[in-house]
Design a protein around this ligand. Sequence first.
Ligand SMILES: *Cc1c(COP(=O)(O)O)cnc(C)c1O
Length: 522
Amino acid sequence: MDFQTLVKILRAGRVPDFHPDADSFAYADALDAQDGLSHLREQFIIPTRTSLKKRALDGTVPDAPSPRPRTNGSTKSSHPDKKYGDDDNDPSIYLIGNSLGAQPRAVRAHVDAQLETWASLGVNGHFTALENSPLGASWQDLAEECGRKFVPIVGAASASEVVVMNTLTLNLHLMMASFYRPTEKRHKILLEWRPFPSDWYAIQSQIAWHGLDPATSMVEIQPDADQYLATAAILAAIDEHADSTALLLLPGIQYYTGQLLDMARITAHAKARGVPVVGWDLAHAAGNVELRLHEWGVDFAVWCTYKYLNAGPGAIAGAFVHERHHGRDEPQDEDGEAKGSSSVWGAGQFRHRLAGWYGADKSVRFDMAKTFVPTPGAPGYQLSNPSAIDLAALSAALSVFGQTSMAALRDKALLLTAYAEHLLGKSLPLPSSSGNGDAAVRPAFRIITPANPAERGSQLSLLLLRPGLLDRVSRYLVENGVVFDARKPDVIRVAPVPMYCSFVDVWRFADVFRRAIAVSSA
Ligand SMILES: *Cc1c(COP(=O)(O)O)cnc(C)c1O
């Protein structure tokens, strides 16, 4: 089966039967040869084993030309990869784009352009775009320009549904300040059992900020015994709390297990049950899976840009506000109070929010008036003049997304992840440490990410099943050039990101991992 046939099966939500030779290096190499996105890897700088050990600046960046040894179609040769990946200056096996994406080469050009603009134009750079600059906009317009590039990535109806500003947690607070409006009867926030700590703190503190008790206003939706959040369980929780819920707030992809939630179905169900606001944290979903936020009727969403979007550590983040909230404030809550129609801003001209001067419409922003007139839509939630350096890095990262589509990235991600799962499955069951020849020994690990391709993105979470294995396996992986995430006490998360990871990377990882388990279990 070729690349496209495999993708078609995965798109249908089924797991393909890989060819018997699929665990050979040559097979991985052949998939790379059919990969229409393989050229994108060249646009990234992947750390090498040598560069990862760097402890002082030396004016260099790793620039290995990623050698791709061809095997001329032969599937016979034993480990034809001997050279590949063994050199300390080869790219590492970078499987941690779910935590920090690799650096796009374009970032340097965009940041340099920014520095030259600032040095040359000074304050005038706010309103002047240099003709041949990759930035393509003045500092004033750069956030909006980046917002436009997000439209296809998050599935917005237009750029007015997207804003680029601040950081994820701050945006979550700003969105909750506007959208979480508890009343005596309707005060709960429905969330999952193990949200990322920052989301937990944000939710908890918002509830307390309103003078409410997190013990009664925070409702956690529980997973099954396998840490799996069944859609049915989520829908049942919505049904149970529909009349008292002010906000349903869930992750598009659960960061720990890598489970992709059915955002369309859950949003529709909550809306049908009268839940007034549905918000999504897309930290692990944006730039990873296909999103249709407008079509799904999502009220708001937030995301960071340093994971699958590759804009660099702590880079400027994004938020989505559905068109239906762009106009007048909604009429009152059931207690009859028109919460947004404060006398400060006039009666219900726009949705209540915490405001700042950059949310003001550009036409009046510099009038320094006391009346706040927001830019229509999501950009009206901005507070401050955004960092142009930060926007330059994001604009570089988005320029790579502009060369492909989320559909093409998703196609490759489906296959890369399925291939990783297939190869890892080959290392089960493992020989027992007792060496008593018992073939049916208990496995050393289990994948807790759903096996259904439609229920995961690029990440696989491997749960190690023997105490103490995490440290030993981690050490072996690090020594062998794998960059990954270890979550105590026993989970290893790996994300073969389609933009810069290859099938050979996945093959090499599985090979190293198998040895890591064997060595660590001995
Ligand atoms: C990565 C991540 C964050 C990080 O928040 P920042 O404000 O960007 O530091 C928050 N929530 C989730 C779910 C994440 O995955």
